[in-house]
Design a protein around this ligand. Structure first.
Ligand SMILES: [Zn+2]
Length: 218
């Protein structure tokens, strides 16, 4: 039941691997913000460290100026001390994803424009196929693959939203991310680098879908 600001945690100070993961989160936050994918302090980024702790962005931090002081360490259950700094409001969704698959080590959530708009056009799921860039997604080796990403209604009740994701994954199996209607994208991976590649590839593919939609519905 602990939450610690990264810079004041002595166990983190000597842990080069943890420091590396956190540096990758900071770089991802700044890069995503520069692309307009994390406007106005939105979105949240996390990495699961080797000891099971979760490093996650603090609530209300602008990702364009993200540094180590904007990242918190949570215990593996994600509990925070009431008096400590607050982790992201959407921590429960990150924990649900980590709980399902021990191989996953990063969850990145962005309010990127193409994801946000496409999630309003497809209320159930988005299916991507016949794109070369699908091969940027882990385990996909051909453009002929069909990738299905669920779209959930937006919900301020994060545990309820997490339960919906859990139920979808129970029924449909693994995927690379999910959309929340009018809200944005969650993508995950076995490392921060892989999850970042997934965010970049998916946002590109969503943008392609939107451009095609505009051409078909002028
Ligand atoms: Zn969000």
């Amino acid at each position: 039941m602990t939450v610690t600001r990264i810079e004041r945690d002595p166990s983190y100070a000597g842990d080069a691997a943890a420091a590396g993961h956190i540096a990758e989160l900071i770089a991802a936050g700044r890069a995503f913000d520069a692309r307009g994918w994390m406007p106005a302090t939105s979105g949240n980024l996390s990495a699961r460290l080797a000891d099971g702790r979760i490093a996650i962005t603090a609530s209300g931090v602008h990702k364009g100026a993200l540094d180590a002081d904007g990242i918190l360490l949570l215990d593996p259950d994600g509990h925070a001390e009431a008096a400590g700094p607050r982790p992201s409001a959407e921590t429960a969704l990150h924990l649900t994803i980590y709980r399902r698959d021990p191989a996953l080590h990063a969850v990145l959530h962005v309010h990127a424009p193409a994801a946000t708009v496409l999630s309003r056009l497809h209320r159930d799921e988005v299916v991507l196929h016949d794109y070369e860039l699908l091969k940027a997604l882990a385990g996909i080796e051909t453009h002929e693959a069909h990738i299905t990403l669920p779209v959930f209604p937006n919900d301020q009740d994060i545990p309820r939203l997490a339960a919906r994701l859990d139920a979808w994954l129970d029924t449909r199996g693994t995927t690379h991310g999910c959309l929340i209607a009018g809200h944005g994208l969650y993508a995950w991976g076995r490392s921060v680098a892989e999850a970042r590649r997934h965010v970049e590839a998916l946002e590109f593919l969503f943008d392609c879908e939107l451009r095609q939609h505009r051409m078909q519905h002028p």
